[in-house]
Design a protein around this ligand. Structure first.
Ligand code: KG4
Ligand code: ZN
Length: 315
C-alpha cells in the first residue's frame, strides 16, 4: 500500500510518500523562522504559508515520483489550527480528485503514535505489538494512550496544564536559553552529566487525581521562584536539574501505566521525543520499546501516511 501523507496542522507543511511504513519521500517546509519574529505562531500567516508551500512540495515530489502509483491520499483532519487544517483539507481533496484516488482524514496525535513505525532502511523496521502504551509529548500535547488495536485507541492520561514541550520552552525563556528550549536544555544536561548520575536539585513533583495525568506548570513556577531568589549564576545546573526532574517524572507515569495495563509494547513520539535522556530512559522501560527515528519526531507527512496505513491494512 502506497500512501501520500499531508500534514499542515500547525507550522510545518509536509508531504510524504510512504509504502508499507517505508518512507520513500518526506519533504517539509518549516515556518519557524517566520513565526519566531512574532514570538509565537500567527495562525493567519501559517495558513498563507501552507498555501504557498504545498505547491512547492508537490512539484518536488512529482519530479521524483509518479503520483498515479499511490493508493490513498491521507491528510491531517484534527487537532490543529483551523485555517491550517483547512488548507490541508482543500489541498488533499484537490489531489484526490485529480488523481481519482480515495482520501482519508487522520488524527494528528495518532499520526505521532504511528511515527514509531516509519523506517528508511529495512533493518529499522519495527512492529507494534498490542496492547500497547503510547506517549505523545510535544509542544502542544502530553497524552498517554492505551492502544488495544489500530482501531481501538483510548486516552488514559493527559496534561492538566502546560504540555511538556511548552514547559521546556518557558523554562528556557526564564533561563535566557532561547527558543525552542528543548534541544538547548538537552545539550546542557549532557554537558553537566559528564560524570554520570550527577546530583540534581530536587523540585517537588505534582500530584494528580488520575495518577496517569500530568501536570508541568509547577516545575515552571518553582524554577521562576528559584531564579528570582538566586539569579541566573547557576543556570546550567538549573537546566540540568529541570530536565532530570521532568523526564524522570514523565518516565514514572509511563512506568505506572505499564504496571496497570501490562502492554506488549510501548511507544514514544512527538517533538520532545527527540530528547536524548528521555529516549534512553524510555528504551530501558520495556523490551519492546519503540521510538521514532529522529527526523520523524517533529510534525511530518510520513506519520500521517503511517497512521492511514495502520487503519487501512487492519480492515
Ligand atoms: O511536536 P513538535 O515539533 O511541535 C508542536 O508541538 O507543534 O514539538 C516541539 C516541541 C518544542 O516545545 C521543543 O522545545 C520540544 O518539542 N523539543 C524538545 C527537544 N527537541 C524539541 N524538548 C526536549 N528535548 C529536546 N531535545
Ligand atoms: Zn505534532
Amino acid at each position: 500500500m502506497i500512501v501520500l501523507g499531508i500534514e499542515s496542522s500547525h507550522d510545518d507543511t509536509s508531504i510524504a510518500i510512504v509504502e508499507n511504513y517505508k518512507v520513500l519521500f518526506n519533504y517539509k517546509i518549516s515556518q519557524i523562522e517566520i513565526h519566531k519574529q512574532h514570538g509565537g505562531t500567527i495562525p493567519e500567516i501559517a495558513s498563507r504559508e501552507h498555501y504557498n508551500s504545498f505547491y512547492v512540495l508537490l512539484e518536488k515530489i512529482k519530479k521524483n515520483f509518479d503520483l498515479s502509483r499511490i493508493d490513498y491520499v491521507a491528510y491531517t483532519k484534527e487537532p490543529g489550527l483551523i485555517g491550517s487544517l483547512h488548507m490541508g483539507y482543500l489541498f488533499a481533496h484537490a489531489v484526490s480528485l485529480n488523481l481519482n484516488k480515495p482520501i482519508i482524514g487522520i488524527n494528528h496525535l495518532e499520526g505521532h503514535l504511528y511515527s514509531t513505525q516509519l523506517f528508511n532502511k529495512e533493518e529499522e523496521k519495527q512492529e507494534i505489538k498490542y496492547p500497547s502504551i503510547g506517549l505523545v509529548v510535544s509542544g502542544g500535547h502530553t497524552n498517554l494512550y492505551l492502544l488495544k488495536s489500530p482501531d481501538n485507541i483510548l486516552l488514559i492520561g493527559q496534561t492538566l496544564d502546560d504540555a511538556a514541550g511548552e514547559v521546556y520552552d518557558k523554562v528556557s525563556r526564564t533561563l535566557n536559553l532561547g527558543f525552542p528550549g528543548g534541544p538547548e536544555i538537552d545539550k546542557i544536561f549532557f554537558q553537566q552529566n559528564k560524570n554520570k548520575n550527577k546530583e540534581a536539585y530536587n523540585f517537588s513533583s505534582p500530584k494528580t487525581k488520575n495518577e496517569l495525568d500530568f501536570s508541568f506548570s509547577g516545575y515552571k513556577t518553582q524554577i521562576i521562584n528559584y531564579v528570582n531568589k538566586n539569579g541566573l549564576k547557576n543556570k546550567d545546573f538549573i537546566a540540568y536539574s529541570f530536565q532530570k526532574n521532568v523526564i524522570d517524572y514523565v518516565i514514572s507515569k509511563v512506568n505506572l501505566s505499564i504496571k496497570k495495563y501490562d502492554p506488549k509494547s510501548i511507544l514514544l513520539s512527538g517533538g520532545v521525543s527527540a530528547n536524548k535522556y528521555l529516549r534512553e530512559s524510555f528504551l530501558n522501560l520495556h523490551k519492546n520499546a519503540f521510538i521514532p527515528i529522529l527526523e520523524y519526531t517533529t510534525d511530518n507527512g510520513a506519520m500521517v501516511a503511517a497512521r492511514a496505513i495502520s487503519m487501512l491494512c487492519n480492515k
